[in-house]
Write a protein that binds this ligand. Structure first.
Ligand SMILES: Cc1cc2nc3c(=O)[nH]c(=O)nc-3n(C[C@H](O)[C@H](O)[C@H](O)COP(=O)(O)O)c2cc1C
Length: 172
């Protein structure tokens, strides 16, 4: 277990910059029983629905992450804001947990909060702990044609996982 200090921060403190958080790449970490995996995510939303702060992560059905998150109630998102973990983001964005134990190979330091068994990856600047409250499979026919052609040429659709943001931590 990594030895780190976490300070709870108000979601609104990071709201101004949230739109730029994910396109630079973040770690979406999932766990099912004793299997822990992380993948790079570049898309996602942070917003407000059902009277809650919500983070939505889109996961294509072909991902190992899809298998794990389907069988879990929580996920975490760890965000590097200072260009750290570039090599690791590339690896976790191109290699599947089906074939690699990415966390072991990269020696990613995990840290378990008291909120869920799904760990965060320390060495990142911002961590979201999310409890899944809604999920939805995309329907290709509901998407505008130009988005279909550009993003889903093989119809490998995303499922959207909406997590209530239980806590946001800044690593200090
Ligand atoms: C910068 C970047 C952003 C990515 N964003 C997403 C994403 O938002 N959703 C997704 O399903 N895959 C995304 N991927 C692809 C997955 O990270 C990649 O397929 C990964 O190998 C899946 O790992 P897994 O099979 O262990 O879940 C992204 C890859 C990169 C490099």
């Amino acid at each position: 277990m990594a030895n780190i200090n976490l300070k709870e921060v108000k979601f609104t403190e990071v709201l101004n910059d949230y739109i730029n958080l994910f396109p630079k790449g973040a770690f979406l970490t999932t766990k099912q029983e004793d299997k822990i995996n992380t993948m790079t995510m570049g898309w996602g939303n942070v917003g407000y629905i059902w009277g809650k702060n919500i983070i939505m992560v889109p996961v294509r059905k072909s991902r190992y992450t899809h298998q794990l998150i389907e069988n879990s109630n929580y996920f975490t998102v760890s965000v590097p804001l200072n260009n750290q973990y570039q090599k690791e983001l590339k690896f976790c964005g191109t290699k599947s947990g089906l074939n690699y134990d990415k966390i072991a190979e990269l020696k990613l330091p995990l840290y378990k909060t008291e909120l869920t068994d799904v760990p965060i990856i320390s060495g990142n600047d911002l961590h979201f702990i999310a409890k899944i409250v809604y999920k939805q499979d995309m329907k290709l026919e509901n998407l505008s044609q130009d988005y279909q052609n550009k993003n889903y040429p093989e119809a490998d659709m995303h499922s959207f996982y909406y997590g209530e943001i239980i806590k946001v931590y800044q690593e200090v």
